[in-house]
Design a protein around this ligand. Structure first.
Ligand SMILES: [Zn+2]
Ligand SMILES: [Zn+2]
Length: 580
């Protein structure tokens, strides 16, 4: 089905829903019933509230009525005729009065015994509706015309697809997405917390979530050291001048927190790290031999996001970014940008992310006035970015909107397990800021040159990236990333001294281990470890104390691993190694 056909199909089902509701609840008042993204809805005023247990019955009635429908017959009516048909229904009457204001004719559509006020857009033959390919989904409250001053109505949502198979797939995917929802898992697994008294969009990382954050950061630091990066640390507030130099002020002001006044000067909380790194580059003279200079920082940034757009960890107001800025000779910038793309691939491979692409955002031709910088630099930056993307071999698309005010922007998009496309990081080859900040290095011929700057953040922000990883792994983190790697479960108090000593050995070897020495039965201890999705659980009882092999229960696996006591630490460390 074409999108328009599908819309007509779904809207036709809204008629069918209303027909069933009116048969079952003759005093219910109909309002409107459009098609939506995954189906349709219809809003009603019921004289008595209905519950979701009614939905299967209404659905059944819909299927019965459907067999009697042969067509959607158009009937032209005058406003008076329409008012007569819908007498006693203030909602339809309001619509009729509004639609007929300028003397327009109105249309009814009739199918079987059901008539509705409608401007059209139905499937030609109701027999084409597969009675198994739709399902009433849920109830919700909705105000008439979306205005909370108006009456509250009951909205019945339905799902509708062309085939039953598509409907089943949709339901399965939705269930899987709910199971993986990072907000739910974040709470269930004690990873992070939002507290109203701290403020919206400002997460607290709880101890277990903080482990994940630390491990990712350690991994990034180790990796970046290998790839030739140096680390810097820069303040989170700055005098406003810095952001006037960058051009973020006044342009970007709405996305920044209001300034603090200190000793008569305005200081802003930084929304990004770039200008600070530029200052770090400029702090000492540079020659071409020093380049590329790669300055990295897991920098703390704060952005003012509209409270309506905040969403779990995915959109927050305070975030720590896997940021770095690379200062490179313009001639070598393409090659350096290819390396940045390769670094993304390295991370994605290690995390088992197989489906990813790049999207290059260029200037919107209709809004050319909102971009700064000279035309030649824009053209060069576009050409060089495309060349780097081509050379990397990673698939990419180009869109003509979404560029930054100072240059084209390249996003890495990764596809989540549930099929959602997720922007993981933003990168830029920037020929603009170097000039704005007067950055220079001495070239081989002794001349003073401006470096190209590459902005990159492969692991995005901790908040968004960990939000993604929670859903990617459905909370079952690989051993190297798991907050707790091994749980020891003592069979009884007699074995606690041995278990404590063994735990200490594992911890000294660098493993994250907890001992459950509570008075619970060992079976319960094992189940608790499984609820918390701990990768390895080891029971400590008589046999273990006697030196027999450990039986390691691996999360998600039916059979236990049998490992000799002397080999256990090595085996665990092997599993817990950072990817490389
Ligand atoms: Zn209609
Ligand atoms: Zn930057």
């Amino acid at each position: 089905m074409q999108p328009l056909e599908l819309e007509h199909y779904r809207h036709s089902l809204a008629h069918l829903l209303a027909a069933a509701v009116l048969e079952m609840y003759p005093d219910a008042k109909r309002t409107i019933g459009p098609a939506i993204e995954d189906g349709f809805y219809y809003d009603f005023e019921f004289s008595q509230p209905i519950s979701e247990t009614e939905l299967p019955k209404i659905e059944k009635r819909m299927r019965k009525i459907l067999t009697t429908w042969k067509a959607f017959e158009r009937i032209d009516v005058s406003a008076d005729e329409a008012r007569q048909e819908f007498a006693g229904n203030p909602y339809k009457t309001e619509l009729i009065n509004e639609f007929s204001k300028d003397g327009q004719k109105l249309t009814f559509y009739k199918s079987g015994n059901y008539i509705d006020l409608c401007r059209g857009g139905h499937i030609e033959n109701p027999k084409d509706i597969d009675p198994e390919a739709f399902k009433l989904d849920r109830l919700a409250g909705a105000y008439w015309r979306g205005d909370e001053k108006n009456a509250q109505l009951t909205r019945i949502y339905g799902l509708a697809f062309e085939t039953k198979q598509e409907l089943d797939t949709y339901l399965a995917e939705r269930e899987e997405a709910e199971r993986r929802d990072h907000r739910k898992l974040g709470a269930d697994l004690d990873l992070f917390h939002f507290d109203e008294s701290i403020g919206k969009g400002l997460p607290i990382w709880l101890p277990k979530g903080n482990v994940i954050k630390d491990v990712l950061e350690d991994w990034a630091k180790t990796t970046e050291r290998k790839w030739g990066y140096d680390r810097v640390t820069t303040p989170i507030i700055t005098k406003e001048d810095l952001f006037y130099t960058s051009g973020h002020l006044p342009l970007y002001k709405d996305s920044m927190y209001a300034p603090l006044e200190i000793e008569g000067e305005n200081y802003f909380i930084k929304p990004m790290n770039c200008p600070f790194h530029h200052k770090a580059f400029a702090a000492r003279p540079k020659s071409y031999r020093d380049l590329p200079v790669r300055l990295a920082e897991y920098g703390w940034c704060h952005r003012y996001e509209d409270s309506g757009s905040l969403f779990g960890l995915m959109r927050v107001r305070g975030m720590q970014m896997n940021d770095a800025h690379i200062y490179v000779q313009k001639e070598a910038a393409v090659e350096e940008f290819v390396k940045v793309i390769k670094l993304h691939e390295y991370y994605y491979q290690a995390l088992g992310i197989k489906d990813y692409q790049m999207e290059l955002a260029l200037r919107d031709p209709d809004k050319m006035d909102k971009y700064h910088g000279d035309e030649q630099d824009w053209l060069d930056a576009e050409r060089m970015t495309i060349e780097a993307m081509e050379r990397s071999g990673v698939p990419y698309t180009v869109v003509h909107e979404g560029a930054a005010f100072y240059g084209p922007k390249m996003d890495f998009q990764i596809r989540s397990v549930t099929g959602r496309l997720f922007t993981a990081s933003t990168n830029q080859l920037d020929l603009f800021m170097g000039k704005r900040f007067g950055l220079e290095y001495t070239a081989a011929d002794g001349s003073r040159q401006t470096p190209a700057i590459i902005h990159r953040a492969p692991l995005g922000t901790h908040e968004r990236f960990i939000g993604f990883l929670i859903e990617h792994f459905a909370g079952v983190f690989p051993m190297w990333l798991a907050p707790e790697q091994i749980r020891l479960a003592s069979v009884s108090d007699d074995y606690i001294p041995f278990a404590k000593e063994f735990r200490l050995k594992l911890v000294e070897a660098g493993l994250r281990v907890k001992l459950d020495d509570s008075s619970e039965k060992v079976g319960k201890k094992i189940r608790n470890a499984a609820i918390e999705k701990v990768p390895w659980t080891i029971v400590i009882g008589e046999k273990e104390v006697a030196g027999e092999d450990f039986q390691v229960k691996v999360f998600g696996s039916e059979t236990a691993l049998s490992i000799k006591q002397n080999d256990l630490i090595e085996a665990a460390l092997q599993q817990a190694k950072l990817p490389n």
